[in-house]
Write a protein that binds this ligand. Structure first.
Ligand code: FAD
Length: 422
């Protein structure tokens, strides 16, 4: 803001998007810069974005997370400490991939599958040289490739051909196990956002940064101005041009387009008779197919099944709707527990993240060669348009605590830029 410290603007900072990153940034700015006026604008009708918990009478105090559910790297995850501060309970039952209970046969086939998966990830993690896609690391003809493909989609939300080995190898959620919040990860993030001045149902459509000292923000509810803007919307929203930057910011849009959102959807099924399934046990739908669901039976003991679909399968089931997803899950559960299990189950809730108008998917992956674009996306423009969100994190992308960290980092940069201009 050369020659003008922005006194004509209505707000010091406008934050676009009230997901984990936007809320974290707002709370950080409130703490370090109580002198600044901050406004959070959210297009949807609730706080949280991809963090969204819903209640179910049968589930008691357990909430169902339609979006993020696991506090990855839980001991060092910022949200773990915040859960305590806002009065929520963190459950330490181990995750299925970390020693938790799993429904698995203990036969030669299962051992062979485990060995093949182990070999695949070893090849992946020791890959050197040019970046390539995750499918390149498959051993052609290996009979366990289907299962490896399924696991790949749960991790990135995309089929192996689409995502980068280098980006996968950079992923590091931080030390610590994976825990859950009994009342929901979504509840936690929303609660943390409560003290922030927020306007819901306000969709930003244009950010005009032609003038020194003032950024004009157009929304579906009228206009306002700010000295600085922090953009935290998903890469799919950015790449679709839903917010027009004037002048344009092609380097941001191009980066976002090559860091698209993969898709993972959850289907929650009510379980009429609790005794029909074991508590807090994990099951993979099929050990041979790539298009298969993964199931958390009675998470935290609740009378529900959480089915998780990812990649192309999730796109198909989301498009076809709840009943199709229920039929798919019913078949996979019936194969393990017998046909009568279907009678115990009914649909409680299902996410549809690809169709969510202000989000458009689940978590970002990098196309081969695009991992470095995460830092390009995160870099401020002109020291007054800042960016945050899970996709901006080099190693904790695709997580809610990664989103938190990018929000805090952007708030600190914003503070630095305001201090220099004061
Ligand atoms: C099914 C699923 C499972 C997941 N599991 C986990 C997990 O176990 N652990 C984990 O750590 N992470 C998990 N994640 C990922 C995690 O939820 C996300 O990484 C994180 O919540 C992203 O936060 P964000 O602030 O970057 O983006 P968002 O949550 O997308 O926030 C951006 C906000 O911007 C708003 N917005 C968009 N456009 C506009 C506009 N024009 N004007 C105003 N507002 C706008 C959106 O409505 C949204 O609220 C999961 C996600 C999904 C979908």
């Amino acid at each position: 803001m050369p020659g003008d410290n922005g006194r004509g603007a209505e707000k010091d900072v406008v934050i676009i998007g009230a997901g984990a990153a936007g809320i974290a940034a707002a709370r950080r700015l409130q703490a370090i810069r109580p002198d600044l006026s901050i406004l959070l604008l959210e297009a949807g009708d609730r706080l949280g974005g991809r963090a969204w918990s819903v209640g179910l009478p049968e589930a008691g105090d357990i909430a169902l997370d339609l979006g993020c559910g696991w506090l990855h790297g839980a001991r060092t995850n910022a949200w773990t400490a915040i859960a305590g501060e806002v009065g929520l309970a963190v459950d330490h039952t181990p995750a299925p991939w970390n020693g938790g209970r799993r429904l698995q046969r203990d036969d030669a086939e299962t051992h062979a599958a485990r060995a093949a998966i182990g070999d695949y990830f070893e090849r992946l993690e020791s890959h050197e040289g040019d970046d390539t896609d995750l499918a390149e690391m498959l051993e052609p003809g290996n009979s366990w490739n289907g299962q490896i493909r399924a696991i790949g989609t749960y991790i990135t939300g995309a089929e192996l051909e689409r995502s980068s080995v280098l980006d996968y190898n950079r992923y590091d959620p931080g030390p610590g196990p994976d825990w859950r919040v009994r009342q929901g990860y979504g509840t936690l993030i929303c609660r943390y956002g409560r003290p922030v001045a927020t306007r819901l149902g306000v969709e930003v459509t244009r950010v005009n940064h032609r003038h020194a000292g003032r950024i004009d923000i157009q929304t579906n509810q009228g206009g306002l101005s700010a000295r600085a803007v922090l953009v935290t919307v998903s890469t799919n929203v950015l790449a679709a041009g839903k917010i027009v930057f004037d002048p344009p910011l092609p380097e941001k849009i191009e980066a976002a387009a090559r860091l698209p959102l993969g898709l993972a959807d959850k289907l929650f099924l009510r379980l009429a008779n609790q005794q029909a399934l074991p508590a807090d046990t994990h099951m993979l739908g099929s050990i041979s197919r790539g298009a298969t669901g993964t199931y958390q039976l009675r998470p935290l003991g609740a009378a529900v099944v959480e089915a998780y679909f990812a990649g192309d399968l999730a796109h198909d089931l989301e498009r076809e709707g709840k009943e199709a997803a229920f039929a798919f899950a019913g078949d996979e559960l019936a194969a393990a527990f017998g046909a009568d299990i279907r009678k115990e189950l009914s649909v409680a809730a299902m996410s549809a993240w690809a169709a969510a108008p202000h989000i458009g998917g689940s978590y970002s992956y990098a196309e081969p060669g695009a991992s470095d674009l995460r830092s390009r996306l995160a870099a401020p423009h002109d020291q007054r348009i800042f960016f945050a969100g899970e996709a901006c994190s080099r190693s904790r992308y695709s997580t809610a605590h990664g989103a938190y960290e990018t929000g805090v980092a952007a708030a600190d940069l914003l503070d630095g830029s305001f201090s220099r201009k004061a």
